[in-house]
Design a protein around this ligand. Sequence first.
Ligand SMILES: Nc1nc2c(ncn2[C@@H]2O[C@H](COP(=O)(O)OP(=O)(O)OP(=O)(O)O)[C@@H](O)[C@H]2O)c(=O)[nH]1
Ligand SMILES: [Zn+2]
Length: 200
Amino acid sequence: MDAIVKKLHDHDNRPTEAEAEEAVRTLLRFIGDDIGREGLRDTPKRVVKAYKEMFAGYDQDAEEELGRTFEEVAGYDDIVLVKDIPFFSHCEHHMVPIIGKAHVAYLPDGKVLGLSKIARVIEIYGRRLQIQETLTAQIAHGIDDALHPRGVAVMIEAEHMCMAMRGIKKQGSTTITTSFTGAFKSDPHEQVRFMTLIRG
Ligand SMILES: Nc1nc2c(ncn2[C@@H]2O[C@H](COP(=O)(O)OP(=O)(O)OP(=O)(O)O)[C@@H](O)[C@H]2O)c(=O)[nH]1
Ligand SMILES: [Zn+2]
């Protein structure tokens, strides 16, 4: 398995939920709020619960999700494109949201994926701390490794809240990244077809 999609995580040294809640209390005190007030009483618990959901990708394996493929494709061998798949991730530098949509295509070589599995792979890699380039490459290589298609194409268009809410404070900018494998990488014509279908 390509290093880019392998599991990265050491599960043995994870703090407990109680320790994570204590860290949230520390941050609440750090921003200057009062952890004793009524409105914040359950906030550490809620934040830890939300983190477990938003970062569930660390406990999920894309290879497993993509394990189920369909071999009977009745002669279909042309592009399969799922576009405008919305996703959320968090940037690894500031831990604030990246909000966008992904377009994913592949050229089958005897096998096809359940369409929902494409969205599941985006969820798995998106629900980790990311930079957009890595997320894009992981989705492409994850599908490539599982399906061995003739090619995979991924485009992500996203807004980074770390550029909108803080720092340079530029709202509304979109970052576009692409990752191509196989025929999409070697054949400019296939890339153009992918782009045309996305914009069409
Ligand atoms: N390449 C890339 N950069 C990202 C992504 N998300 C955030 N960044 C950038 O990561 C950089 C981190 O830069 P630093 O100078 O270490 O951090 P900083 O002082 O908080 O930077 P500013 O955002 O410029 O205030 C910033 O330029 C962010 O815009 C991403 O997905 N890909
Ligand atoms: Zn950031």
